[in-house]
Design a protein around this ligand. Structure first.
Ligand SMILES: NC(=O)c1ccc[n+]([C@@H]2O[C@H](COP(=O)([O-])OP(=O)(O)OC[C@H]3O[C@@H](n4cnc5c(N)ncnc54)[C@H](OP(=O)(O)O)[C@@H]3O)[C@@H](O)[C@H]2O)c1
Length: 335
């Protein structure tokens, strides 16, 4: 085991696109656990679009990060020292460990979660982690899909979108995805069973939506916002549900953002548009875990990851997430 704890600290609040220099490398000490605490050696660190909001202290749902704090990040790893019998040495755990090689916490207070030892740690950051929770509750609880519905998903080849689309397939829907490269679109249709895919960078999105959704969109699961949201609002079916999961196309923009220009269609189509936060469903996570584990173990839900090697590449990987470098879940392999 190393004798230093490599970390990345928040060095600057991003202006426009995140820069690698917004994070600063640092060497901390490896702490020792006290009663009830565990020390985790982190194996994989998750990269999430919401990190930009965290860096800007712009998110309402968690305490503001200060300059000089360890950058907040979800991670998965193994317990290497334990003073908590529920989390023995060797246990596979996830938590908000931060961008560092070793994390300490009181498993209960800090909401560490233990997983079956035989699970692939990468699943714990993807389908079986926050990604899966977001896709599951966002699609099923907010989107309320019914068999035969046409479900459109933007950011469909990303972590959340690819899982949401597969859940919609399981529920008997016709799924159309949007993604930023032809390879991503081919993955959606050839491997994940989407009925159609649109390369939003090269194709006429409106014309493709008209072709692939002739009876309108019953559920739109929005990860990107902006123009794509407007185009979907123009093609709603009666009683459609619009799930506002995220809006990554706008995260790097400064100043006041324009709203959807055609939200009156919610009236004309008697439709509903609703945002949600994954952690708002904390009291229902026990419903999610066994169902998702069964889907993953049976192969009904497939996970793909883009794994960047090496702790030192965390800032680079975070920047690359916003350039669409990932297919599926973006993460850095730390140890
Ligand atoms: N509500 C919640 O509780 C919750 C929880 C987690 C995540 N989210 C949101 O869910 C969305 C997806 O998150 P994720 O973790 O699964 O990330 P992700 O989709 O795996 O990665 C981000 C993807 O966004 C796409 N993208 C980047 N810039 C874009 C742009 N200008 N227009 C359209 N697409 C763009 C890129 O793919 P392309 O190649 O296709 O461009 C990139 O791969 C984000 O908006 C995130 O904030 C919400």
């Amino acid at each position: 085991m190393s004798d230093v704890n490599r970390q990345f600290l928040l060095a600057a609040r991003p202006v426009g696109k995140i820069k690698e220099s917004d994070l600063a490398a640092h060497q901390g000490e490896i702490p020792s656990p006290e009663d009830g605490e565990v020390l985790v050696q982190v194996q994989y660190i998750s990269l999430d679009p919401s990190m930009r909001g965290q860096m800007q202290a712009a998110v309402a749902y968690s305490a503001a990060l200060q300059i000089g704090d360890v950058m907040r990040a979800r991670g998965v790893g193994r317990v290497v020292e334990s003073r908590n019998p529920g989390f023995p040495e060797g246990a596979l755990v996830s938590g908000t460990f931060g961008m560092q090689e070793f994390a300490i916490g009181n498993a209960k207070v800090d909401r560490f979660r233990r997983f079956a030892d035989d699970l692939d740690a990468k699943l714990v950051l993807g389908a079986l982690g926050g990604t899966g929770i977001t896709a599951y509750f966002g699609l099923l609880d907010v989107g309320e899909p019914e068999a035969g519905d046409t479900v459109v998903i933007s950011g469909a080849a990303g972590a959340t979108g690819s899982v949401a689309g597969q859940i919609a397939n399981i529920k008997g829907c016709r799924v159309v995805g949007m993604a930023g490269t032809d390879d991503k679109c081919t993955w959606l249709t050839e491997e994940l069973g989407f009925a159609g895919a649109i390369n939003y960078r090269t194709q006429d999105i409106g014309a493709e939506l008209d072709r692939l959704c002739p009876d309108g969109i019953n559920v739109y699961f929005d990860n990107v916002g902006g123009e794509i949201l407007d185009l979907c609002l123009d093609r709603l079916a009666h009683h459609a549900r619009v799930v506002i999961c995220g809006g990554i196309s706008r995260y790097n923009e400064e100043g006041e953002l324009p709203g959807p220009k055609n939200y009156f269609n919610l009236i004309y189509y008697c439709a509903r548009m609703q945002g949600f936060l994954a952690h708002d469903y904390a009291d229902r996570f026990d419903e999610f875990y066994p169902q998702m584990e069964q889907w993953v173990r049976s192969g009904e839900i497939k996970q793909r990851e883009t794994v960047v090697e090496g702790f030192q590449n965390l800032p680079k990987a975070l920047v690359a997430l916003f350039d669409g470098a990932n297919t599926g879940k973006m993460m850095v392999h730390v140890s």
